[in-house]
Design a protein around this ligand. Structure first.
Ligand SMILES: [Zn+2]
Length: 438
């Protein structure tokens, strides 16, 4: 996939889009490719979300375009590179900050009569209030008030330099202190006037994300900005519909922190994508159920494929069906034999890998492998009446032992941690298993 770098090069070089329509078309093409022409089964927004928030990290081209715009906007906010500022603002009437913060575009419409400036300003206006909801620290009232000339100085005093803390408020420094920044009394009063207006909105005290990620960063600003915008873009998806459905099925809520833990550390127990894929499919309730299929094909038969009696909902097929229940009971009993202690049989642990404190930390990796093996086998018999056997599960778990070894080697973990994870299982195999391969 070298599509993204090519697109990024384009975005970083050309910021000239007035309307964002083309992204819809591109997004549609990507979606068509991802789903191979079939109907999408996961929302595009969720696909683009970061992996540590339960997404799939599919690039959102529109957001990358906007992030690239911020790489350009950085110069307008920082006011340091006078060559670029002169070039891009050759016919500006006001200071840059007047256009960006004090709405002077209305007074000087020609600012938008410039293909790049117009495109950048559009992006800025869209995100300005999200990124800075108070008067920003980087804003320079002096620059905003200044008449624009070519070859202007670069060292414009910013609010963070000219305000001072008084009690719990920020106030403008005295004329004495600003002597080397303000030209004279008149200039000082001009600054004071701007300050009094900005005071109504309030001042940003701590550094904003925009400041730390974009203005202060020297490297990787495109991806930092992308992550920042992505967070805004996907935050309304935080309580994802799949999570609500799981809570309904389980009869209790899963704490958000537990979901987060699954996305951040829980999924990383191995490098193999097939296993990760299974967990993602479980989280997003990927598997087509008799109930769903009956709805799609307007068929009256929505009964479970295994017991042929009950309504075949997702949770029935994975947990409450008497036959799958028996299967999980077998796996549960074997796990007890492996670990040599008793623990609760919770659906969220077996189906989603949300283990919590159910088993001690040293056994969690094996627990994840063992339950994932069971689910992958079970999915193999999806839509049939059959169920996997105990031997199949044991074989699968042994396969994963090899995979785990490779994972360890890729990550340079050394053999001890892998030995530690699988020791109990090896003992179990010797004691109970007829297949003597290891
Ligand atoms: Zn059933």
């Amino acid at each position: 996939m070298n599509v993204l770098p090519r697109m990024l090069f384009l975005f970083q070089s050309l910021q000239i889009l007035d309307k964002m329509d083309c992204f819809k078309k591109w997004q549609r093409d990507i979606s068509r490719f991802v789903w191979q022409g079939k109907k999408p089964r996961i929302k595009f927004k969720i696909l683009t979300d970061a992996k540590d928030r339960g997404g799939f990290a599919l690039p959102d081209l529109k957001l990358y375009y906007k992030s690239a715009a911020f790489c350009w906007l950085k110069e307008w906010l920082l006011l340091e590179n006078t060559d670029i500022l002169d070039l891009e603002g050759f016919n500006n009437v006001f200071g840059w900050h007047a256009y960006l913060w004090y709405d002077k575009v209305k007074a000087h419409k020609a600012f938008k009569n410039h293909i790049v400036r117009k495109a950048l300003l559009n992006v800025w206006i869209r995100y300005k209030d999200l990124l800075e909801n108070k008067t920003p620290r980087w804003l320079s009232p002096m620059e905003a008030k200044a008449q624009k000339r070519l070859n202007m100085e670069a060292k414009w005093p910013k609010y963070w330099e000219i305000l001072e803390q008084e009690g719990d408020k920020l106030k403008l420094q005295s004329f004495e202190k600003l002597k080397d920044k303000a030209r004279d009394w008149l200039h000082y009063y001009q600054i004071m006037e701007a300050y009094n207006l900005d005071k109504k909105v309030g001042f940003q005290v701590e550094k904003s994300k925009l400041e730390t990620e974009l203005l202060e960063s020297k490297t990787k600003i495109l991806s930092k900005m992308y992550n920042l915008l992505l967070k805004w873009n996907t935050q309304d998806e935080t309580v994802k519909s799949a999570m609500i459905k799981w809570a309904q099925d389980l009869g209790h809520n899963i704490m958000f922190a537990d979901w987060e833990q699954l996305w951040t550390t829980g999924m990383k127990f191995m490098a193999c994508n097939a296993l990760k894929e299974n967990i993602m499919k479980m989280i997003y309730r990927w598997y087509m159920t008799p109930v769903k299929l009956a709805k799609i094909y307007h068929s009256p038969n929505n009964k479970c494929w295994k017991c042929k009696e009950n309504e075949g909902t997702f949770f029935h097929l994975w947990w409450t069906c008497p036959r799958i229940k028996a299967f999980w009971e077998i796996i549960y009993n074997e796990l007890k034999k492996v670990f040599k202690y008793i623990f609760l049989k919770k659906p969220e642990a077996f189906l989603l890998g949300i283990v919590g404190q159910l088993v001690p930390k040293k056994d969690r990796t094996f627990f994840m492998y063992a339950t994932t093996a069971a689910r992958i086998l079970f999915a193999k018999y999806w839509k049939t009446q059959d169920l996997p056997t105990l031997e199949e599960w044991q074989m699968k778990a042994m396969d994963y032992m090899e995979l785990a070894e490779m994972t360890g080697r890729i990550r340079d973990q050394g053999e001890e941690s892998m030995e530690e994870d699988w020791k109990k299982f090896k003992d179990y195999l010797q004691k109970y298993c007829k297949i003597n391969e290891c």
